[in-house]
Design a protein around this ligand. Sequence first.
Ligand SMILES: *Cc1c(COP(=O)(O)O)cnc(C)c1O
Length: 363
Amino acid sequence: MQFRDLQRQYNLLKPRMDQALVEVAASGRYIMGDKVVELERKLADYVGVEHCISCASGTDALYLALRVMGVGAGDAVFVPDFTFFASAEVVSLVGATPVFVDVEEETFNISPDDLERKIKQLPSGLSPKVVMAVDLFGLPANYPAVCAIAQRYGLLVLEDGAQGFGGSINGKKACSFGDVATTSFFPSKPLGCYGDGGAIFTDNGEWAEKARSLRQHGKGADKYSNIAIGVNSRLDAIQAAILLVKLEVFDRELALVGRHAAKFASLMGEKTKAPRTPEGYCSAWAQYTIRCKDEAEREAIRERMAEKGIPTMVYYPTPLHALPVYAQDKAFPVATQLSRTVLSLPMHPYLTDDEIELIASTL
Ligand SMILES: *Cc1c(COP(=O)(O)O)cnc(C)c1O
């Protein structure tokens, strides 16, 4: 069994995918171009925002988003303590300071209560600038609460939707929340390509233009009139072609993972404590993550699963504040507890009923 079976997806899409790949090879245009323009238009429409700017990875998308918002030295960016490293890494990369916020036990996402506490307790010398909320494991963060707090304190909101693409709150799609949103097309994300890729979403035309410039060496009116210090972070035509094929079946895949999650819940019951999907929310189920009693139980479950050929993963074994590069001696009780007890099970659209039943009965 695969943790996320990308070959099954390819086998299903093979005729269309092979044609798309060969078309790009034959076109002689390999970086950006028509396919990328078409993809950006379709993604913006899908999400329901004005502008989509593709780039080379989800990490670059976050970096570019912080740059267009003008985040730099002396600025504080509030980041959940329980997420993938890149969420905080880019904050440090632009010279700003990540201020970690604990997460909610029920959803694993940024805690609005702790966010407000951390804003109020901000050390002097840092100016509060951005709240970065992460749609962890596919579930959109509590944007109604996060955006209300941000507004009260004059902060911008950045949605890290790397795992959230496809999710929604009352029909409003992930990657449309806050002032800027980003996603990743890393192969194992809900919408993945066959390499690295990412995108930025915003309704702000000025920021969109700035992101387009920064992703291409800070280009001006033309390629060689540089107006800013940027980066080389473009999407390849071949990745855009792959994503266009996958986008056609994406809603069907979302329905499948939703069905699998419901089946897991009904077979394994409440005691697994997967994140609760609040009323009106829809998760993209990038991961199906349960909570064990403690580390010893988690190890025992992992071993038993491995004996049956079921791969499992621990996302994430260390909360960000405790990583050597940040090493903060502060209390983040929920993130710390989650890092010791979470266990992610195989989850993807093409799991079979037999596989789901084997995973559940093994647990
Ligand atoms: C994967 C991921 C990223 C980074 O995306 P890449 O495309 O791998 O650079 C950022 N944030 C979160 C929450 C992620 O899961």
